[in-house]
Design a protein around this ligand. Structure first.
Ligand code: NAD
Length: 312
C-alpha cells in the first residue's frame, strides 16, 4: 500500500528518517503545514493587494478575554500572519472578569466597524462567560472562524460560505500535497463543533466525496476503527491516543491535537511510531496549526471581497 494516494514528493528531505532495524517500513512523507500555509498566505496576500488597489484595506480583528497564555500566543500568531498578508489588524482584549454584556458589546462594535472585514472571538472564554453566545453575536458576514450557526447551516446545505478554519485548513493541506479524499475511507476522531463535526461534514460534501466515519470518546474499539482509514484525522486532545496499531499501512494521518507537555507541544498521534507505518503524516507543531491561521485569513479576505464585489 503506501501509494494509495499517489503523493510522491520529489524532495527526500520531506521524509522522516527510516526506522531502525530489519524490514523497517518505508518512512512516511511529512506534510508540512508551514509550507502549505505559506502558499495559501501568498494567495491571500495577492487578493489583499488587489483590494488595496481599489482603495480597500482588509482588516482582521481579534477579541481575547482574559490572560490565558496559550490563547495569547494564538492571537499573536494570527496578528503576525495578518500583517504578513498586508491586512490591518485590530487586537482587542478584555480582562478575565469582563461581563458577558461587555463581551457582546465589543463584538457589536466590531460588527459595526467598517475597517473590520473578519473577526475572531478567541475561544475558550474564561469560566462564567458563554463562548457560543459570543460567536452567535458575530455578524455572519464577518465570521473569520466560520463557526456562526448561520455559516454552519450553509455548510450543512452544501452552500458557499466561510467554513470552519481548522477543517478547511486540513482540506487545503491535503490539496497542497495532491491528496484527494474522493473515494477514500476517512475516519475523523473527535466531534467538537470546532473541528471534528464540521470536518466530517466537509469531507462528505459533494466534490470532496470521502466516505466518512465519525469516531469519538464513546466509540468502542477505536484502534479497530481507525485502522480501517485511508485518511485518518485525529482531533481529540489526548496525547498518544493513536499509535501504530491504530493505523493502516500507507494511510494519510492528520494530527490536529495540540497538547502541552514537558517536551513542548505534542499531538494526539505517536509520531515516531506512526511515521514508520503511515504513508504521510502531519507534524505537531508545524502541521495543522499554521493552516488554521492561513484559513482565517482566507475567510477574512473572502469577506472583504464579498463586501467589495468589483474586486473579484
Ligand atoms: P474538544 O475537547 O472540544 O473535543 C475533543 C473530541 O475528542 C470530543 O468530541 C471527544 O469525543 C473526542 N475524544 C476525547 N477523548 C477521546 C478518546 N479517548 N477517544 C476518542 N475520542 C475522544 O477539543 P477540540 O476543540 O476539538 O480540539 C481537539 C484537539 O485539537 C485539541 O488538542 C486542540 O488543542 C486541538 N486543536 C488544534 C487546532 C489547530 O489549529 N492545530 C485547532 C483546534 C483544536
Amino acid at each position: 500500500m503506501g501509494a494509495a494516494y499517489g503523493y510522491p514528493h520529489p524532495d527526500p528531505s520531506h521524509r522522516v528518517g527510516a526506522a531502525d532495524g530489519e524490514g523497517a517500513a518505508m518512512p512516511a512523507q511529512v506534510l508540512s503545514g508551514r509550507e502549505a500555509a505559506a502558499a495559501l498566505e501568498a494567495e491571500v496576500a495577492a487578493r489583499v493587494a488587489s483590494l488595496a488597489g481599489l482603495g480597500k484595506r482588509v482588516g482582521l480583528a481579534t477579541l481575547l478575554v482574559g490572560d490565558d497564555q496559550a490563547s495569547q500566543v494564538y492571537v499573536r500568531n494570527k496578528h503576525a500572519a495578518a500583517e504578513r498578508a498586508g491586512m490591518a489588524s485590530f487586537d482587542l482584549t478584555l480582562p478575565a472578569d469582563a461581563t458577558q454584556d461587555r463581551v457582546l458589546s465589543v463584538v457589536a462594535d466590531l460588527n459595526a466597524d467598517p475597517r473590520v472585514d473578519g473577526m475572531i472571538v478567541q475561544l475558550p472564554l474564561p469560566g462564567g462567560l458563554d463562548g457560543t453566545a459570543a460567536v452567535r453575536a458575530v455578524d455572519p458576514a464577518k465570521d473569520a472562524d466560520g463557526l456562526h450557526p448561520y455559516n454552519l447551516g450553509l455548510l450543512m446545505l452544501g452552500e458557499p460560505g466561510p467554513r470552519p478554519a481548522t477543517p478547511s485548513g486540513i482540506l487545503r493541506l491535503l490539496q497542497h500535497y495532491g491528496i484527494d479524499p474522493a473515494g477514500r475511507r476517512a475516519v475523523v476522531v473527535g466531534r467538537s463543533f470546532l473541528v471534528g463535526r464540521p470536518l466530517a461534514v466537509m469531507l462528505g460534501l459533494k466534490g470532496v466525496d470521502a466516505t466518512v466515519v465519525a469516531a469519538h470518546s464513546r466509540t468502542p474499539d477505536l484502534a479497530g476503527i481507525t485502522r480501517t482509514a485511508d485518511l485518518l484525522i485525529v482531533a481529540a486532545g489526548r496525547p498518544g491516543l493513536v499509535g501504530a496499531d491504530g493505523v493502516q499501512p500507507g494511510a494519510v494521518v492528520v494530527d490536529v491535537g495540540t497538547n502541552r507537555s514537558d517536551e513542548g507541544l505534542v499531538g494526539d498521534v505517536d509520531f515516531d511510531e506512526v511515521a514508520a507505518v503511515a504513508g504521510a503524516i502531519t507534524p505537531v507543531p508545524g502541521g495543522v496549526g499554521p493552516m488554521t491561521i492561513a484559513s482565517l485569513l482566507a475567510n477574512t479576505v473572502a469577506a472583504a471581497e464579498r463586501a467589495a464585489p468589483a474586486a473579484g
